[in-house]
Unconditional design. Structure first.
Length: 276
């Protein structure tokens, strides 16, 4: 019997998740398919009910639904409870359980580079579901302080409160105040959608140097304007596709209860866009 999986979000046309998972299904000879499904904010409840009706086997959740999707799930794992967001859902006979694979997917590329997180200072752009997973992960690894920058101050305040509640010192800066920042950040992380449409980088390059880890979770385009400018400063670069791969592998294993074909999924990602 064919199993169907999906990713829901808005925008969704940029998503490489169908490419990654369908490659994995083919590699293992599984009767499964994976589609991208555009769902706007005001359609979320209705469309989740529709997914249940068609007996979707599972789905990923991306911008802007990672927090609000929790309202429509029947149960969540411990990571979801801590982070307050879900990016992976399994459907077991109409019972929806949410997981968060973003946190571990985010941390993996940092650990692969043997970069030390403990006692680090972080500049974080964005305050959505991915940002919560990032803060949870950095707190888990004993980071020292995070400066949050977000267009929506209400969301920034919520994120600051969350960060402090799990033991990571936090403060908020406005976009306008970024020009006054100094180069004392070990990590500069973009968790927002800025860059998806080739928007200009808003993080001042004066705070980036060859000891800065610049991590942009936007993966298409691979070389966002932030990445391009950071390369000129010889920063340590972590690409968004690396987090995408890490969380995708974990989602696959939750849904199918078997080891994911990591190399196949990585090749599918790298073949899904241009490096130019």
């Amino acid at each position: 019997m064919l199993k169907t999986f999906a990713v829901i979000g808005d925008p969704i046309e940029h998503s490489l998740s169908p490419t990654i998972h369908n490659a994995a299904f083919r590699q293992l000879g599984l009767e499964c398919t994976y589609i991208a499904y555009r769902v706007s904010k005001d359609q979320l409840e209705e469309e989740i009910n529709s997914l249940k009706k068609i007996k979707i086997s599972g789905f990923n959740v991306t911008i802007p639904h990672k927090i609000n999707v929790l309202k429509y799930l029947d149960d969540v794992d411990e990571n979801c409870k801590i982070i307050g967001a879900s990016n992976t859902v399994i459907n077991e006979d109409g019972f929806l359980k949410g997981y968060n694979t973003d946190m571990d997917g985010f941390l993996e590329p940092i650990k692969n580079r043997n970069v030390i997180i403990k006692n680090s200072n972080i500049l974080l752009l964005g305050a959505g579901g991915a940002a919560r997973a990032i803060i949870a992960g950095m707190s888990k690894e004993k980071a020292k302080h995070v400066t949050i920058v977000n267009r929506n101050n209400e969301n920034a305040i919520k994120l600051e409160k969350f960060s402090k509640s799990i033991g990571l010192e936090a403060e908020i800066k406005t976009i306008e105040e970024m020009s006054e920042l100094h180069a004392d950040y070990n990590f500069i992380i973009n968790s927002s959608s800025l860059g998806l449409k080739n928007e200009a980088n808003i993080i001042p390059t004066k705070i980036i140097n060859d000891e800065t880890v610049v991590y942009d979770i936007v993966y298409k385009p691979v070389n966002t304007e932030l990445i391009k400018e950071s390369k000129k400063k010889n920063a340590v670069i972590i690409y968004g596709y690396e987090m995408l791969l890490g969380q995708a592998v974990r989602s696959f294993e939750i849904w199918l209860n078997q080891k994911a074909p990591y190399d196949t999924m990585k090749k599918a990602i790298l073949g899904g866009f241009s490096w130019l």
